[in-house]
Design a protein around this ligand. Structure first.
Ligand SMILES: *[C@@H]1O[C@H](CO)[C@@H](O)[C@H](O)[C@H]1NC(C)=O
Ligand SMILES: *[C@@H]1O[C@H](CO)[C@@H](O)[C@H](O)[C@H]1NC(C)=O
Ligand SMILES: *[C@@H]1O[C@H](CO)[C@@H](O)[C@H](O)[C@H]1NC(C)=O
Ligand SMILES: *[C@@H]1O[C@H](CO)[C@@H](O)[C@H](O)[C@H]1NC(C)=O
Ligand SMILES: *[C@@H]1O[C@H](CO)[C@@H](O)[C@H](O)[C@H]1NC(C)=O
Ligand SMILES: *[C@@H]1O[C@H](CO)[C@@H](O)[C@H](O)[C@H]1NC(C)=O
Ligand SMILES: *[C@@H]1O[C@H](CO)[C@@H](O)[C@H](O)[C@H]1NC(C)=O
Ligand SMILES: *[C@@H]1O[C@H](CO)[C@@H](O)[C@H](O)[C@H]1NC(C)=O
Ligand SMILES: *[C@@H]1O[C@H](CO)[C@@H](O)[C@H](O)[C@H]1NC(C)=O
Ligand SMILES: *[C@@H]1O[C@H](CO)[C@@H](O)[C@H](O)[C@H]1NC(C)=O
Ligand SMILES: *[C@@H]1O[C@H](CO)[C@@H](O)[C@H](O)[C@H]1NC(C)=O
Ligand SMILES: *[C@@H]1O[C@H](CO)[C@@H](O)[C@H](O)[C@H]1NC(C)=O
Length: 469
């Protein structure tokens, strides 16, 4: 895993160096670090289930490996274990991208990515109600840093990496210099905590040592338990707070040609924080969730609109859904593939290279695809419709995918077409085996309403799907 990790990161860096000419030099970084101040907005908007939402993402560990770790078990005993929560694809970056903006846009690698500003992201939802937010990125050299990475300056080992930062990828966020400075490091977090200036929404990325990427679950879980323990004892931090601890994806080892990523990208996920009632500590919630569920849950909690992408139909954390009355879907995992995604403008084909020129994965040029059009008229699982800015930008256009589904799928490429989702019965608990209503829907036959140039690209996508099976 380590060799592969190094390989991935080198390849991604080489690509980035080719792709960008604006990577700041070390002296530019030093100058900026000396003068750039973090932005720490505060607000107090009441939510139905929580007043603050913080998520901490670790890297690349299969569910069963996390579940076997005693420190992860301890963390689960302090909250609710989500046993059916999934990453949405491989490798890392598209998962971060998904949680930041509700789509992978076909991304299949960890390379330099900038998403155009006519695509909305979570901060745009939060800003509709003035809900303060931040992204805390360990060892990011200064607030708003947009470079590809920042290494340990003594060992030159990977430390901060852009590909694990969900909001920096979106131009809608970083094009605004004030918003860019809400992306800051763990030192800034310690200051915000000490000054009682925590935001209401935050994303935490530990560096690549602590997040288990360049180490392993034993190391990562030990770090996470230690780091969380101090916060779990902090009254200010815990006050009406919901914390989501998760992993970007399950194991991903390209060097192992025999690897069968057969765990459906399920990742060990825990809800913690002051809003978890004592009687639910140490329990589990078996509802199907994905990274898109965190966006839908935040929207439901604060009465925010949807991005109109995969957050629109995503299941909502039961602890929130119980309060808003939303009935989640049971999703049959039998034919569900969350270990790759459909092709789109961010498909690079770089995975193909690392399958050694074998025919495992086929490149489909990103330029053959336009940016997918979001849904603009759905009510969505959070119940508040779609963001005004999204409606304006895409007015009169039909959605590329059926974004009201609780899992991603695409009819044109045959992606997840045979998956079945069923509404839970309204009074069933997530753990119950009670029979469902008959409102079962398969995705087959009902599909996205528009698609651009398919042709050869479609053929290759079919090849990819066949080979992935
Ligand atoms: C974190 O960012 C601050 C500026 O907000 C900078 O002074 C500091 O050096 C950074 N710390 C680390 C460990 O990168
Ligand atoms: C990551 O951060 C920890 C402190 O939290 C530090 O000990 C470690 O050296 C950092 N990793 C790198 C590669 O610098
Ligand atoms: C930039 O973001 C800040 C903070 O969200 C906001 O107050 C300001 O209006 C934005 N500026 C522009 C030009 O959008
Ligand atoms: C993680 O690495 C440490 C040190 O190399 C080792 O002792 C430990 O057994 C490893 N954990 C797992 C789960 O492989
Ligand atoms: C928790 O937050 C509420 C406002 O949301 C405030 O009234 C209360 O004093 C806070 N309690 C603590 C312990 O910080
Ligand atoms: C892959 O599986 C085949 C067949 O079981 C076996 O011969 C081969 O050694 C395996 N390769 C690796 C790298 O594990
Ligand atoms: C992808 O996931 C499916 C369903 O979980 C599994 O059957 C398949 O083997 C996985 N593909 C790869 C390449 O791991
Ligand atoms: C949600 O409500 C159900 C049914 O009352 C209950 O069994 C379950 O524990 C609740 N879950 C949470 C997380 O509050
Ligand atoms: C979906 O199911 C149909 C009917 O069983 C089958 O013909 C088709 O190949 C399946 N598609 C995929 C992508 O698995
Ligand atoms: C279902 O839940 C509703 C609202 O909580 C309650 O009024 C009703 O009695 C419940 N029905 C059953 C069969 O438990
Ligand atoms: C639900 O399905 C069962 C089994 O197929 C059937 O007996 C029942 O009539 C159906 N109920 C409704 C409301 O359609
Ligand atoms: C979209 O997905 C939802 C949920 O799975 C389903 O109820 C609906 O019929 C689908 N719509 C279309 C047009 O396929």
């Amino acid at each position: 895993m380590k060799t592969v990790a190094a390989l991935l990161s080198m390849a991604a860096m080489a690509h980035a160096l080719v792709a960008t000419t604006s990577e700041p030099s070390l002296s530019q970084i030093k100058t900026a670090a000396a003068t750039t101040l973090p932005e720490s907005p505060v607000s107090n908007v009441k939510g139905v289930a929580f007043d603050r939402f913080y998520q901490i993402w670790m890297e690349n560990v299969a569910y069963t490996d996390s579940a076997a770790d005693p420190n992860m078990q301890w963390l689960a005993s302090q909250g609710i274990l989500l046993t059916n929560y999934h990453g949405v694809t491989h490798p890392s970056e598209p998962n971060y991208c998904a949680t930041g903006g509700g789509d992978t846009f076909g991304m299949d690698w960890d390379d330099w990515t900038q998403i155009p500003s006519n695509i909305s992201a979570v901060p745009d939802l939060l800003d509709t109600k003035g809900i303060s937010w931040a992204a805390y990125q360990e060892h990011m050299p200064y607030p708003g840093f947009q470079g590809f990475n920042y290494s340990n300056q003594e060992t030159y080992e990977d430390d901060y990496v852009r590909r694990h930062n969900p909001v920096v990828l979106y131009d809608t966020v970083v094009a605004n210099e004030t918003r860019a400075r809400q992306i800051k490091n763990f030192t800034d977090f310690e200051e915000d905590l000490a000054n009682n200036k925590l935001p209401q929404w935050a994303f935490f990325t530990p560096n690549i040592t602590n997040d288990a990427h360049d180490t392993n679950i034993t190391f990562g879980a030990k770090w996470e338990r230690h780091w969380m323990s101090a916060l779990l004892a902090n009254e200010y931090f815990m006050n009406n707070t919901l914390v989501l601890l998760t992993f970007d994806e399950d194991m991903y080892d390209l060097s192992d040609k025999n690897a069968t990523f057969d765990q459906g990208n399920r990742v060990y996920t825990i809800l913690l924080g002051g809003i978890i009632p004592d009687d639910l500590k140490g329990t589990q919630d078996d509802t199907f969730y994905t990274h898109y569920s965190s966006i839908a849950s935040v929207s439901a909690n604060w009465g925010l609109p949807s991005l109109g992408r995969w957050d629109c139909g995503a299941n909502i954390f039961e602890i929130v859904a119980n309060k808003t009355g939303y009935i989640n879907y049971d999703v049959d995992l039998t034919n569900l593939y969350l270990n790759h995604t459909y092709n789109g403008p961010l498909t690079t084909g770089m995975l193909e290279e690392y399958f050694g020129g074998s025919s495992d994965l086929k490149k489909v040029a990103g330029s053959a695809w336009t940016w997918p059009v979001p849904n603009t008229d759905a009510k969505c699982s959070a119940g508040n419709g779609v963001l005004e800015a999204v409606k304006e930008t895409y007015s009169g256009m039909s959605a590329t995918y059926n974004y009201t589904s609780p899992y991603p799928w695409d009819e044109a490429s045959g992606y997840n077409v045979n998956v079945t989702a069923t509404r839970k019965t309204s009074n069933s608990t997530s753990n119950s085996n009670s029979s469902s209503t008959n409102a079962t829907s398969t995705t087959s036959g009902a599909g996205r309403s528009s698609r651009i140039s398919l042709g050869a690209a479609f053929g290759s996508m079919v090849a990819l799907l066949v080979l992935l099976q």
